[in-house]
Design a protein around this ligand. Structure first.
Ligand code: ADP
Ligand code: MG
Length: 591
């Protein structure tokens, strides 16, 4: 049967368009804040509830929308910013597609109040699912206030797709960062569930970076500057010392618009070549001014991607500008290129608190009862196979030899990566990193169940600087961190966490690095309890790495601790810890 062609009803078309522009609460935050900026606001307040799922409100003191235009603003392709195609090539505003408001009101409840200086009264409008429910005159200051409630109320699939509050809040904070960094000359505030997260006063670019990311980052900024006919470059790069394992501090702004650009990012990376340890990313806040005729921002609905006319020149100019600045500020000579961060924190059980010996903690362990599965791991296929299940640990480990007295364990280290130990029934090869992860993980978890946590007070409390999303994340996990033996206080304004005590298990020199990893860990931990996630994250960054040479006592202690663990076979991330070659297998091959 042939189906006849019909135009989609306006509200359906708007819902479809909304899918492109509005992915999550943070997309609305971006659009509303950008509209406020385009309206010339000098004060912009962002208020959200439940990470934007319940409410997103943006109040500005910009030019306002006239009484007659208010309902028009919500129609698709309604914009005051361009009037013909030529204008597309000289864009000075953030918006121009006239799509955002139409999209937002198609998928939520919107309440807007606005007043221009010319109008003597304000007007409000109430829209739900693209339908105007109410519109009338009211009293308000000059400017606009936008409330967006019940996001995706009419598209359950999209609503269910939203992530946890802390993930959505992170996205919002990311968007907020992008907007406030691009506009240091505007006052911003941001609160969530009645709690103030930011209060940013009008300032310069450097100080804005400092108030968003803290003094630690601000102290590591190296200014960059270049002026050519192709591009004018200004802003800062972070000294290699401040490089991170995450890309959270990478910002390009082209004509005050935040953009993502893999090729410009590549150019920065190449300027940092040889200065960063592997796995670390440079931080930067780079402002590019380019003639609007030489760029095309019209290629992406959310306008975060951009096309440049002369990419190649841009690439080389940026690279040499950064190299030049890193040179002038003598960043290069102070660095130890071959520094291996895994060597920074010596792995030594001797330094551990004597109050919590591993073996006694796991008193429930009974080697004669516990079944041990033997796994073999095929690294090529990345699969694990259970080869056989032995009767008991006793059969595998020579209990008389071991007796969980570490000094008796016969072991040697292979490739600085594996521990090899002989068993009466064969040979066992243990992945040292995974074994250590398991040991630390169980110890952290067992701390949680102790009444008195083995914790060490610090004679000299030390501070770590965080950004606001990190602070929020830390705050979310406060109860569990306290239960583990951390003691600290947090200063919200200066974004500093001061540790006064840490779990006995930790070396205080490790803690800063530990939390850096803690915040940047991208492993998907869905479905685990908070305590479990924290233990997993911390154990991941505390453990010895492959490539670390261990002395004989360390090897013995690690094995003894592993075999005293409740689960010996798998790392906390479900990877096999060891493989076993039984005697028959060996006999078959070489007897
Ligand atoms: P665009 O920003 O692409 O023009 P939007 O849908 O975001 O499209 O907004 C439509 C129009 O509504 C804008 O062009 C502008 O005229 C008006 N508008 C939206 N928000 C504001 C605001 N906060 N202050 C003044 N005018 C606004
Ligand atoms: Mg807009």
């Amino acid at each position: 049967m042939t189906k006849s062609i019909a135009l989609l009803p306006e509200h359906v078309a708007n819902q479809i368009a909304a899918g492109e522009v509005i992915q999550r609460p943070s997309s609305i935050v971006k659009e509303l804040m950008e509209n406020a900026i385009d309206a010339g606001a000098t004060n912009i307040n962002l208020i959200i509830k439940d990470s934007g799922k319940t409410l997103i409100k943006v109040i500005d003191d910009g030019c306002g929308i006239s009484n007659t235009d208010l309902s028009l603003a919500f129609q698709r392709h309604a914009t005051s910013k361009i009037s013909n195609a030529k204008d597309l090539f000289s864009l000075k505003t953030k918006g121009f597609r006239g799509e955002a408001l139409a999209s937002i009101c198609a998928i939520s409840h919107v309440y807007t109040v606005s007043r221009t200086p010319e109008d003597s009264t304000a007007k409000f409008i109430k829209i739900a699912g693209s339908k105007i429910e109410n519109e009338d005159f009211t009293v308000a200051n000059i400017g606009t206030s936008f409330s967006v409630k019940n996001l995706f109320y009419n598209i359950p699939a999209r609503r269910n797709f939203l992530k946890s509050d802390s993930v959505e809040l992170r996205h919002i904070i990311d968007e907020f960062h992008r907007v406030v960094l691009a506009h240091p000359d505007i006052n911003f505030s941001f609160s969530q569930n009645g709690k103030e997260i930011f209060e940013l006063k009008k300032t310069n670019f450097r100080k804005r970076i400092s108030s968003v990311f803290g003094l630690k980052v601000a102290n590591l900024l190296v200014p960059i500057s270049e002026d050519t006919p192709v591009v004018k470059i200004s802003g800062f790069v972070i000294k290699p010392l401040g490089s991170r394992k995450s890309r959270g501090q990478q910002f390009f702004f082209v004509n005050n618009r935040f953009i993502k650009s893999p090729f410009l990012n590549h150019s920065v990376n190449s300027a940092f070549e040889g200065l960063l340890s592997s796995g670390y990313y440079p931080g930067y806040f780079i402002l590019l001014e380019i003639d609007t005729n030489k760029i095309d921002v019209n290629i992406h609905p959310t306008k975060t991607e951009i096309k440049f006319e002369d990419e190649q020149s841009l690439y080389s100019i940026l690279r040499s500008t950064i190299k030049h600045s890193l040179g002038i500020f003598q960043v290069t000579p102070t660095l130890d290129f071959d520094r291996d961060s895994s060597m920074d924190t010596p792995y030594s059980y001797k330094e551990r608190a004597p109050t919590s010996p591993n073996i006694s903690v796991n008193s429930s362990f009974n080697p004669f009862k516990d079944d041990l599965k033997i796994y073999s791991y095929d690294s090529k296929k990345d699969t694990t196979q259970i080869e056989f299940e032995s009767e008991s640990v006793q059969e595998i480990l020579n209990i008389d030899d071991y007796d969980f007295n570490p000094k008796q364990i016969k072991v040697f280290q292979l490739f600085n990566k594996y521990l090899v130990t002989a068993l009466p029934s064969g040979l066992m090869i243990i992945n040292q990193k995974r074994a250590h992860q398991r040991v630390i993980y169980e110890e952290l978890l067992s701390n949680l169940s102790l009444e008195k946590i083995p914790s060490q007070s610090l004679l000299f409390p030390f501070e770590i600087s965080v950004d606001s999303s990190e602070l929020t994340y830390f705050f979310d996990n406060v109860t569990e961190l306290l239960a583990m033996g951390f003691e600290f206080n947090m200063k919200e304004k200066s974004k500093v966490i001061t540790f006064t005590a840490i779990p006995a298990l930790f070396d205080k020199n490790q803690v800063e690095k530990l939390f850096e990893n803690f915040f940047s860990d991208k492993f998907k931990y869905e479905g685990f309890s908070k305590a479990d996630v924290i233990s997993k994250k911390l154990c991941r960054s505390m453990t010895i790495n492959n490539g670390k040479s261990l002395n004989i006592e360390e090897q013995q202690q690690l094995l003894a601790s592993l075999f005293a663990c409740k689960e010996k076979n798998l790392s906390p991330f479900n990877r096999p810890i060891f493989i076993n070659f039984d005697m028959q297998e060996i006999d078959k091959k070489i007897n």
